[in-house]
Design a protein. Structure first.
Length: 156
């Protein structure tokens, strides 16, 4: 019997045993220069993304910092934070298609350097359009698309 694939909204709401703070191994400590890391839950990442108001931006690294502070860990996991932001973005699109009016404004969450996340729904084009509609200037730098002056628009 085939199992049904989880929806993005179900993935967002499936926190398993997260968040949790882990002690890094010696090898990981060398790599990160830290001793503790928090692995967030998808809902935590989504909650931060949801609070970014129009005209403001946030980066994955800033989300990681906020989550690490909240859990008194030295760093937030870069891999799960990135994956969970992607799940939040897709869950927002799924919710919008179901008629939900106020969804997570995922397009305001950028990669480090103000780079648009091409893996979000609709790719670079959709994110650039939504950011431009909110008054941001989006420019191409090499192969990447970047929000000009993103640093000045970061949410605290």
């Amino acid at each position: 019997m085939a199992t049904r694939k989880k929806s993005w909204i179900e993935k967002l709401n499936d926190s398993k045993d997260l968040p949790k703070v882990i002690k890094l191994t010696a090898t990981q400590q060398k790599k990160w220069g830290k001793k503790t890391m928090v692995i967030p839950s998808p809902l935590e990442v989504n909650a931060i993304m949801k609070r970014v108001p129009p005209g403001k931006l946030i980066t994955i690294n800033r989300i990681r910092e906020k989550i690490a502070r909240k859990h008194k860990a030295e760093i937030g996991c870069p891999i799960t934070t990135g994956i969970f932001s992607w799940i939040a973005a897709n869950a927002a699109e799924e919710a919008e298609k179901k008629g939900v009016k106020k969804t997570t404004p995922y397009w305001r969450t950028l990669k480090e350097g103000g780079v648009i996340n091409e893996k979000y729904p609709g790719g670079t084009e959709k994110q650039a359009l939504l950011l431009t509609q909110e008054g941001h200037l989006v420019v191409q730098k090499g192969r990447k698309w970047v929000v000009e002056g993103w640093e000045k628009r970061l949410m605290k």
